[in-house]
Design a protein around this ligand. Sequence first.
Ligand code: URA
Ligand code: SF4
Length: 198
Amino acid sequence: MSKEEDMGKITGAVENCRKCNLWKTRKNPVIGDGSLDSEILFVGEAPGYNEDLQGCPFVGRAGKILDELLESVGLKRGDVYIANILKCRPPDNRNPLKTEIESCTEYLNKQIEIIQPKIILPLGNFACSYIFEKFSLKYDKISNVHGKVFQINTLIGTIKIIPLYHPAIATYNPNTKDTLLEDFKIIKKVSDGAEIPV
Ligand code: URA
Ligand code: SF4
């Protein structure tokens, strides 16, 4: 089965999903966007207002920042894949509940199996702590780990995990934007194959 067919199955499952209560209040589920052949996977937190309306990740204010950050290292959306921890919007953009994360990450895990990324970039605290736990890494607070490269060996090969601040924070804190711009440079170095100490 092709990657597109596999991802289509996930889309169908998410559209019919009733595993937590968020399906009741969402307008559209948000599966992901980008290239299934990319080696670079971004993992955000959950759809917000605009994403829920459009069914596409990072299309609001945080998305504008993410686009700028990608552009700063010569990448476009089509060069990467972007998914979220939760596929349905939490009401009023509240934080994801632990139970919702437990219910929904089955889909993200399948997306990771399909894409087989070489670099995973979790955005913000919820995505970072989930990805660290998934790959049995000890998670320190984001201010200590952002922009660092964590290399792990898995059945699908070596994966580099680079935790990043959530671009939404940069919409009200310019210092975070500078930090993100700096941290994004590492993506280029890592994907160009430069030796990065881990
Ligand atoms: N914030 C996220 O974490 N994901 C989105 O898709 C949009 C905003
Ligand atoms: Fe299902 Fe995830 Fe939506 Fe909850 S958030 S209903 S687990 S797809």
